[in-house]
Design a protein around this ligand. Structure first.
Ligand code: AMP
Length: 183
């Protein structure tokens, strides 16, 4: 099965993706984690991505699409959960082409909704522990703006199939809401 989990920065999509990956035996593909490991390895992709990430901007679509085409082709026979990709409409269009070429498709699109002020509060708390270069207050706010402008339109793009889940509450409550909608 192929899952796609979306939501604004701080909505808890990474946490829920991990739980779903374990439960349904899925490969968890977090593009943020993949890009951070490319940066640690000083790869070509990492070198291209770093300045965008540090500033809270999105890494260009062509970089993401070629990286994800490779990963999805390698994992064509596995269950997967995409976390943090696609993040723009052109990425979603590219993803649809990749899946068609692999004769595959997305089974579930889940969107976790959390109100903006609550998100900023959560992210500032997370920043105290994360050590991430993009977890300063200015960059946190910038990432919310980028989300609204470039990623939120995906809710409309996937409107015919999207499963909307309220992300306010404990981790267990949110997981329960997701599971109720998919099994
Ligand atoms: P995340 O860990 O999902 O919050 O992602 C951290 C950063 O990685 C984002 O702020 C972007 O700079 C970059 N990034 C992750 N996924 C994507 C994507 N699908 N498209 C463009 N940039 C991305």
């Amino acid at each position: 099965m192929k899952f796609l989990i979306m939501g604004p920065p701080g909505a808890g999509k990474g946490t829920q993706a991990k739980i779903l990956a374990e439960k349904f035996n899925l490969e968890h593909l977090s593009t943020g984690d993949i890009l951070r490991s490319e940066i640690n390895n000083k790869s070509d992709v990492g070198l291209k991505a770093q300045k965008f990430m540090d500033a809270g901007n999105l890494v260009p679509d062509d970089v993401l699409l070629s990286m994800m085409k490779n990963k999805l082709t390698q994992l064509r026979n596995s269950g997967i959960i995409l976390d943090g990709f696609p993040r723009t409409v052109p990425q979603a269009e590219g993803l649809s082409k990749i899946f068609s070429s692999l004769e595959s498709k997305i089974d579930y699109v889940i969107n976790i909704e959390v109100e903006e002020n609550a998100l900023i509060k959560r992210l500032i708390e997370r920043a105290k522990k994360s050590g991430r270069a993009d977890d300063t207050e200015d960059v946190i706010i910038k990432r919310q703006h980028v989300y609204k402008e470039l990623t939120e339109p995906l809710i409309e793009y996937y409107s015919s199939e999207i499963i909307q889940v309220d992300g306010d509450g404990t981790i267990e409550e949110v997981t329960h809401r997701i599971l109720k909608r998919i099994i």
